[in-house]
Design a protein around this ligand. Sequence first.
Ligand code: GTP
Ligand code: ZN
Length: 349
Amino acid sequence: MIDLQFLGRMRRIGWRGDEPLTPGRFARVVAQHRAGYELHDGESVFGAQPAGHFLKRTLDPAQRPAVGDFVEIEAGRPPHIVRILPRRTVLSRAAAGERYDRQVIATNIDYVLILTGLDGDFNPARIERYLSLTEGSGACSVVLLSKLDLCPDPEERLRTLRERLPEGTPIHAVNGRDVQSLAALTPYLQEGDSAVLVGSSGAGKSTLTNSLLGDARLATGAVRQHDSRGRHTTTSRALLQLPTGGCLIDTPGMRELKLTGEENLELFADIEVLASQCRFSDCGHQNEPGCAIQTALASGELGLKRWQHYLKLNEEREQQALVMEARLKRQRDHRTTRTRHKPRGRNED
Ligand SMILES: Nc1nc2c(ncn2[C@@H]2O[C@H](COP(=O)(O)OP(=O)(O)OP(=O)(O)O)[C@@H](O)[C@H]2O)c(=O)[nH]1
Ligand SMILES: [Zn+2]
């Protein structure tokens, strides 16, 4: 029998599928720790371990449970995750490490809210890099500009962004402290929706989250409480249920999210701001009219050494991306060959 009450609770934590989920057997991964996973069943939060087959060394890391996954569990102490339900979206980034690969950041996310302050934090190039997170993921990027109240000329910055970002990218300017100004976000936070908030430190993520939570914000502080059966339950800080019906996944991994290459380029944020002021969005900074870089070089505002250093880093980063692509392709090819030549492989595909 289908438990509609349970399905309703699952919808409130972002479930949209039509499998008839049964209580006690399904939950959502809301956090991943070294010691295991934290799951949410729409009511409470509990720990779980991955079943043995997820630990196989040969398993593609992308096939392991990740934050955002809806999973089937087998009861036990602790419960075990035995199956990952089909993912509707997968947010990932290129991970530079011993070997290059894609690293899953979160799954089943519908909206990535990219938060940038309209104050000194404003950086179109960084917004563009964040936009790349949702490329091909199935999720939708929404650009949020906070601190509207602190910006004397928001129109100018909005215009810059509209010209620069892909057509159709939703952009909203908000004051994170003013609940009324957040009404424009309601369509992204409906029942069944899952959103994540990304942005650099100080952009206003906590402020915005608290405003979205409204009266519910107190609940996030209360970590332990008794449920109706007198059992201790833990309310999650990693998955926040919003009054609009949707949920916000807020994990340290999401908060500290660094984009590949970001580490170095962060040091040159000012140059990227300058470059965003060139007349042409695809300016090559050579001898194009209205080039803000050339102007700054001529006036001495930008030192030649620094500019050359930036170019070199940028080139390295592009090289790195090419190398990474090539390796990824080789790995993919390798995998398909392996599957093709596996004994008994014939009836496995
Ligand atoms: N005036 C104004 N101040 C804001 C707004 N949003 C955030 N702030 C302020 O900016 C500062 C940083 O905001 P936080 O919400 O702590 O930023 P955060 O992104 O959570 O920062 P981390 O926790 O470091 O990741 C705080 O002093 C906020 O009060 C806004 O829209 N308007
Ligand atoms: Zn230029």
